[in-house]
Design a binder for this molecule. Structure first.
Ligand code: ADP
Ligand code: MG
Length: 598
């Protein structure tokens, strides 16, 4: 018999292929290593990154450590201490279980492991590069485990080249950290990036953790949710209706302490808010569902962020009624019926200890659009002044006309920011108060408006194209707009029934959630079509600007403020948004003089 054509793939090749699924970017490595540390019972986990994890990504834990044998074996594919047979799959309490994370990571990086168990006098060091074993030797190391991952994708340049800039990659890493840190509040997390500590979350309760992540103001805006049945236990916090915000952010579901996405759970939450908030308002939520692991299938997606319940309907119903009840309890909803109240467990708001303020770096906010720092409470003062001044706009028209004709580069501003909302600058002894969101909206609007078929907006191709599911309504609309959207930098194609594939997006939308942005754009587009008969290209430019501009609540440094003011004054019309709203107010020098004469 002659030799056949089939050959088994060498292990390191198989691991490299598998790595494509597990390791997409530095953030995936951070996630896997931190989850392993949690599974090992660590109470303190430190993540150290250099260049957003591209050069170095290290995770130190004080968990169980490994014996010399496991220290070597853990890098083998399907090596796991967490399941012994297929039945165990249904009883899982740990994060990992496939035993492929370390093998995959080691296949595409240079890895050094140091580990020691409490009962051992010396530790073990193992070095593996590109899946090839280099050395194992004894070493001095504290009890616990430290993984150092250097030069991710060093042996796959194509993958390395496709990593985004450091800012974007770091944002992904911090998102993964949040998703693990929120449900594991008894673990102390520290993140250090390029030598600076950017996150320090001491152990505490859930509210303390949310306050460390988002700021102390969050406590006043949230109400506890609590619901318990034999099938599912629901707990967590949601926004008061009056504290909902304009963007969907800080919306988290955890099933058995694992972060998941779920459109239907999301829907259940909004159902709970029905008639209490407007269509443009979004609650923050941090919802924990606990079920017997046999009632869920969490493993239907390779990155394990989706979930199936054996009884979707019950979960939906319980969640939306738990939300209604929580809001009712908080007296947010006068129309609610309180008769059934006794049948539900009482929320546990009282006696919440005050969070220690240690360890929170106020200049860091893990969310892309930081939450406004108490703007609501401070609003009374500045906003009412701002509103009062608006009528006087005519008297300062002259200054504004002048401003719109000046050459932006010739202006030297020393702007300051107020309430993370307005930029205050002085120009020729007049005070300018610029609305940051409207200003940026204007800048973006003109940028997109200028594009045309000959000069399309630069588009960045995506390595992993986004697939977007749309309603029939949105799908019909978007199909008509595809050529127009191409001009504006969106490389989109129809992909089956009611869904699209986004191959590329405008280059300066890096870091945005494109499917979400696209939905927002369609919504705004449709509103504009109803409100004003605007031509397509103009309308889309407005919609994109509206959905991608910086928001109130974003803190800007002085370079960013200067850049924004300069681009604003380079606009054709810096004074108004496309929809005719004021971008800035000015307080004339002479007015100031007049006021202080009395
Ligand atoms: P999985 O987590 O799916 O089991 P991994 O490849 O992530 O697979 O890890 C393989 C094994 O290595 C784990 O099952 C565990 O026994 C061991 N291990 C990994 N990280 C640690 C750690 N930080 N502390 C102790 N043991 C670890
Ligand atoms: Mg694992």
């Amino acid at each position: 018999m002659s030799e056949g054509k089939i050959a088994l793939l060498p292990d390191h090749v198989a691991n490299q292929i598998a790595a494509g699924e597990v390791v997409q970017r530095p953030a995936s490595v951070a996630k896997e290593l931190i989850e392993n540390a949690i599974d090992a019972g660590a109470t303190r986990i430190t993540l150290i990154i250099k260049d957003a994890g591209k050069t170095l990504l290290q995770v130190n834990d004080n968990g169980s450590g490994m014996n010399p044998f496991d220290a070597r074996l853990c890098f083998e594919r399907h090596a796991t201490s967490k399941i012994a047979n297929a039945d165990d799959l249904f009883r899982l309490a740990t994060k990992g279980f496939r035993g492929e994370a370390l093998a995959s990571i080691a296949a595409v990086a240079q890895v050094e492991l140091k580990t020691k168990r409490a009962e051992d006098a010396v530790g073990q060091k193992v070095v593996i590069e590109g899946g090839k074993f280099i050395v194992q030797e004894e070493c001095q190391t504290p009890t616990g485990t430290s993984f150092i991952i250097k030069n991710l994708f060093y042996n796959i340049p194509a993958r390395r080249n496709f990593l985004k800039n450091d800012q974007v990659e770091q944002k992904h890493i911090l998102e993964e950290v949040e998703r693990i840190a929120i449900p594991h509040t008894s673990v102390h997390f520290i993140v250090n990036s390029n030598g600076n500590e950017i996150l320090n979350l001491p152990a505490g309760n859930l509210m303390q953790r949310l306050k460390s992540l988002l700021g102390s103001y969050i406590q006043k805006e949230l109400v506890p949710v609590e619901e318990s049945t034999p099938y599912v236990k629901i707990a967590g916090y949601v926004s008061l209706p009056e504290c909902t915000i304009k963007q969907r952010k800080e919306q988290f579901f955890f099933v058995n302490n694992r972060f998941i996405r779920s459109a239907f759970l999301n829907h259940a939450i909004y159902e709970g808010y029905k008639d209490l908030i407007g269509p443009q308002s979004h609650p923050r939520f941090f919802i924990f569902l606990d079920l017997n692991p046999s009632e869920i299938d969490i493993n239907i997606h390779p990155t394990k962020t989706e979930v199936k319940f054996t009884d979707d309907k019950t979960v939906y119903m319980l969640l939306s009624s738990a939300i209604k009840r929580a809001l009712g309890k908080a007296n947010a909803s006068p129309s609610l019926n309180f008769e059934n109240e006794m049948s539900f467990a009482a929320p546990v708001q009282n006696g919440q200890p005050k969070a220690p303020s240690i360890g929170y770096n106020p200049s860091y906010n893990p969310f892309s659009n930081p939450a406004p720092a108490d703007t609501r409470t401070n609003k009374a003062h500045w906003e009412s002044m701002f509103e009062g001044f608006q009528n006087k706009q005519d008297t300062t028209e002259v200054i504004q006309q002048e401003l719109s004709s000046i050459k932006s580069e010739s202006v030297e501003f020393s702007p300051i920011q107020l309430n993370n909302k307005y930029i205050i600058a002085v120009w020729q002894q007049n005070v300018l108060i610029v609305d940051q969101q409207r200003a940026h909206e204007r800048v973006l609007y003109e940028h997109y408006l200028k594009s045309n078929l000959q000069h399309p907006v630069a588009s960045q191709q995506k390595l992993f194209p986004d697939q977007v599911e749309l309603s029939v309504h949105d799908f019909t609309l978007v199909k008509e707009l595809i050529p127009e959207l191409k001009t504006l930098g969106f490389d989109i194609d129809v992909f089956g029934k009611n869904s699209l594939v986004v191959n590329g997006a405008p280059a300066d939308m890096e870091g945005f959630n494109i499917p979400e942005i696209l939905e927002g754009i369609l919504e705004t587009f449709r509103l504009n079509t109803i409100d004003a008969k605007v031509e397509k290209h103009d309308n889309l430019s407005r919609a994109i600007a509206r959905n991608t501009c910086i928001r109130y609540g974003k803190s800007l440094d002085s370079t960013e403020m200067k850049a924004l003011l300069q681009s604003l004054f380079a606009c054709e019309n810096p004074l108004y948004t496309a929809n005719g709203k004021h971008v800035m107010m000015t307080v004339e020098n002479t007015e100031i003089e007049k006021f202080f004469r009395k």
